[in-house]
Design a protein around this ligand. Structure first.
Ligand SMILES: C[S@@+](CC[C@H](N)C(=O)[O-])C[C@H]1O[C@@H](n2cnc3c(N)ncnc32)[C@H](O)[C@@H]1O
Ligand code: SF4
Ligand code: SF4
Length: 300
């Protein structure tokens, strides 16, 4: 991360903590909800099948920038299905960088060739070893591994949603993240029980066991892009929600924290690590602040 970006984030953090401000810094644009997969745990794919036009996405990016957002995510549906005429996802990333976003990340299922060197991080969903990943995501594991190997840059970070099917695969995914070419780290979430997916949720004790496994892998030097200091709150589900510093925009609709904000009662069962990490950070939790400084400077 550039020193100028670091100083900007530090100033934002200090202002937010001292004055209890609610302005956003992290924003997500949903470029489409269309997806080539139908993963068992997912409730946000292929609802409208709309691929939003370039001008529409550009306006949403500008809206987020004007609100103060400087960390931008492109998400879906499947982001690599986005195009508008000649324009591709890569053009959106380049556009976002040109607009002044300091960190630009993309979330993908990894089933398309990866050529996004301008992105700071490509969060690529890997949900376990071959067997468990394929049980959740269809027969995609081998194609994804080929795409990772042939990627044109080394900015890939695995993104694993831990649930009943893959809860024993934390170690496998950490080891692949450590050893695979082009992969920088792995970032975890716990399953968030959207309606119709409740049976995939982990119990408190299962979450504790996963956090133990992640901690052990951190000790063994695996590149984990999460904060250990947030684990006790994630296990007990007692971190503050929602995250006011995060916003998401989909088809002109702006939501605080996530699209899921409208699902009644879901925030109490939220499994997204970023929510725990950011809300604790901006409440001034010292352990989280120091660990975040170390972790972000290492991986971005
Ligand atoms: C909705 S997908 C969109 C981007 C892309 N299609 C992908 O799969 O990475 C973004 C991330 O949300 C995760 N996700 C989907 N449903 C979830 C749930 N119920 N709880 C936690 N994470 C979930 C996916 O595993 C993926 O890592
Ligand atoms: S690939 Fe992503 S958007 Fe598509 S179904 Fe799976 S988690 Fe949902
Ligand atoms: S806190 Fe609520 S809105 Fe935010 S990600 Fe979790 S469930 Fe979604």
């Amino acid at each position: 991360m550039k020193l100028s970006s670091f100083l900007r984030f530090a100033a934002f953090g200090i202002k937010t903590i001292l004055f209890k401000k609610k302005a956003p810094i992290l924003g997500t644009v949903i470029v489409t909800d269309k997806c080539n997969l139908h993963c068992l745990h997912c409730a946000v794919n292929n609802i409208t099948g709309t691929v939003h036009p370039y001008e529409h996405i550009r306006r949403e990016m500008q809206q987020l920038y004007d609100m103060g957002v400087r960390i931008l995510f492109f998400c879906g549906g499947e982001t690599f299905l986005w195009n508008d005429g000649e324009r591709t996802l890569r053009d959106l990333v380049i556009e976002a960088k040109g607009m002044g976003f300091l960190i630009v990340n993309v979330v993908t299922n990894g089933t398309f060739p990866i050529d996004l060197p301008e992105a700071d991080l490509i969060l690529l969903s890997l949900d376990g070893d071959r067997q468990r990943h394929n049980a959740i995501r269809g027969d995609t594991y081998d194609a994804i591994m080929d795409n990772i190997c042939n990627a044109t840059s080394d900015n890939i970070c695995f993104y694993m949603a831990i649930n009943q099917i893959n809860k024993d695969c934390v170690r496998d995914v950490c080891l692949i993240a450590r050893d695979a070419k082009n992969v920088r780290a792995v970032s975890f979430n716990f399953h968030t029980p959207y309606p119709g997916t409740k049976e995939l949720s982990l119990t408190r004790d299962e979450k504790a066991k996963c956090c133990e496994a992640i901690t052990q892998m951190m000790k063994e030097g695996a590149p984990v892009f999460n904060l250990k200091s947030a684990f006790p709150y994630l296990i007990e589900n007692n971190f503050p929600t929602p995250c006011h510093q995060c916003v998401v925009i989909e088809n002109g609709k702006l939501s605080i924290c996530g699209r899921c904000i409208d699902v009644s009662g879901l925030c109490d069962q939220c499994g997204y690590f970023f929510v725990a990490e950011y809300t604790l950070l901006f409440r001034g939790n010292l352990k989280v602040i120091f660990e975040m400084l170390r972790t972000y400077l290492k991986y971005i």
